[in-house]
Design a protein around this ligand. Sequence first.
Ligand code: SF4
Length: 372
Amino acid sequence: MNVMTYRDSGMFTQLRDSMIPFLESWVEKRGKKFRFMEVCGTHTVSFSKTGIRELLTPFVDLISGPGCPVCVTDQSDMDHMIAYAREKDIIIASFGDMIKVPGSVSTLSREREEGADVRIVYSASGAVEIARQNRDKIIVMLGIGFETTAPGIALAIHQAHREKCKNFYVYSAHKMTPPAVQEIIRDQEHEIDGFLLPGHVSVIIGRQGWRFLEGKRPAVIGGFEPIDLLTSVYLLAKGIISEKMEVINYYPRFVKEEGNVRALEILHTTFQTSNARWRGFGEIPDSGFALASAYHSYDASKMLPVRLPKIKTIKGCRCGEIVKGKEKPSQCKLFAKVCTPDNPVGPCMVSSEGTCSTYYHYEKDAEMVNRK
Ligand code: SF4
């Protein structure tokens, strides 16, 4: 099937019409709704944008989990970058959204207004190019994201290494998704029935990267088109009903069992696993990508020590609970009043794939009703 098939409105209607009575009858038998977590910001947006979240609301609670890389980046990592931005010989290279994320005392965007050299790049190789053109400066690339973006940073490190670009550094705040899902399973309060796993991350790590879920929860690797979304939820519900705790690859047009072998090889040769701090979760063991010892000379956190401010949390912001899937945006008093996409207070409103931003754009009315 080509991608258009997954958007076919006739097929969608047929599926919806058979699925809704099925869900309805099972919710009645169980005496409660299904609770599924989507672990991907793109899924969060797709469910809301297509209206499928609203369609399924009477039968399924779709909980948004730690799937937005901007949102899960810890305050201490932002503090590090802001401290670098304040050094006069340092140029910061960052992907766009990150410059608006608040640290304890400032944002990269505010530092830029006050004279810091903060540049937005669209790829890590763009940061190497800046390093090449500014040999008298130090360039620090903020590496954020999951298994999907880390290979691009790894390639940039290799490029800098080949070109003997000694003024290029990476501050790696990259994270691995499976350990965060393991944390959610360990949390007894959570009661998540099943997981809709991130399609893009799964392209890299393959179905094999999620095998730890077998026997624990039903899980589906799903795509982002309307039929992908609906079918994934159907498969999760079927998994619960039949008590089959399997990991189903419902995205085989892009995801292989073994993942992207070449990307995994680059990841494993450039990085080593490390403990990482996640917003909301705190430190999760073996969930980060630190630079491997062969590349320590490119590691900003090792080579460029800076003084950090005392961590101050963002007053009133509930992002920490929202990325864990424990609260919804309506539970934050600032949502849509003080905090909006034009004036974001926390990272979940900064990123277009953040839960607060998504709910603001597509679910605001329902969220405001929930708040009353
Ligand atoms: Fe944080 Fe704004 Fe979301 Fe509240 S609405 S949790 S302040 S991002």
